[in-house]
Design a binder for this molecule. Sequence first.
Ligand SMILES: Cc1cc2nc3c(=O)[nH]c(=O)nc-3n(C[C@H](O)[C@H](O)[C@H](O)COP(=O)(O)O)c2cc1C
Length: 310
Amino acid sequence: MKNINELLGTKYPLIQGGMANIATAELASAVSNAGGLGLIGAGGYDVNWVRTEIRKCKALTDQPFGVNIMLMSPHAKDIAQLVIDEGVKIVTTGAGSPGIYMDAWKQAGIKVIPVVPSVALAIRMERAGADAVVAEGTESGGHIGELTTMALIPQVSSAVSIPVIAAGGIADQRGVLAAFALGAKGVQVGTILLATKECPIHENYKKVILEAKDTDTVVTGRNTGAPVRVIKNKMAVEYLRIAQLGLPLAEMEKLTLGSLRKAVFDGDIDNGSFMAGQISGLIKEVKTVKEVLSDLFDHIDQYKASLEVL
Ligand SMILES: Cc1cc2nc3c(=O)[nH]c(=O)nc-3n(C[C@H](O)[C@H](O)[C@H](O)COP(=O)(O)O)c2cc1C
């Protein structure tokens, strides 16, 4: 099996999650410069925004970086072509199957790494030609599946022969080692990178993460089939209340419209959607991206050797 650092062209076996509205060239280049794989999160942005960020990122780092494409975006097709035109080396995909783009990406020499929430989708992605998969547990921040990282990673690792990258609930060396023990060859992190100096989110967002306890996230959107893990605030509680009443979708959408932007750009504590994972409770200070990556991997062998197991 191919070494994941070789596949990604990185020092550390780490991918930064492609967080919509947050994973700009600023964050992606900081991660790539620190030895991980930075990603530009295309989210719902159009091709012009993504092109600008790709070009900014090229100016800010000479290390490899990638683009995360949300396949349900109306701009997905154009962005799929853009990554070819701009010579992007790695693409990760969310919210569906990238099958229709696979041939063109492979011909362009792009490494394709879909994010999957289940064994079935991992197998489908391997058959479609994926170079690796990110298997993402329900502990993660943002859009999530049902299975926990603990149950998902070993099952996906046993089911496919391409490398598996674990995501969800990883924020220190214990998490990294656990992921490796479960069969992963690398990790993808999102929540811990929110609490970094380089992360371009409102200071209130960082404060919310630092203050969160283990039980402070909830899942909205289960009723609409698009579950999202967020920090429990006024908006999330109100959303869950309305969801229980079975009100029409339009009512729910009124509440959530633009709510991620309210969190990211305005730091609106009450009305923002502060997407974050269950591991938020472990995060107690804002560090540089370089410090985060170093803390996750440097001297990990010493930590491993110090573990008292059985
Ligand atoms: C604020 C936030 C936004 C996210 N947005 C996206 C996204 O647009 N596309 C995607 O593939 N994953 C997204 N994710 C998931 C991350 O890419 C990553 O897999 C996840 O954060 C890993 O779990 P962790 O939060 O426990 O570290 C998001 C996560 C967070 C915290």
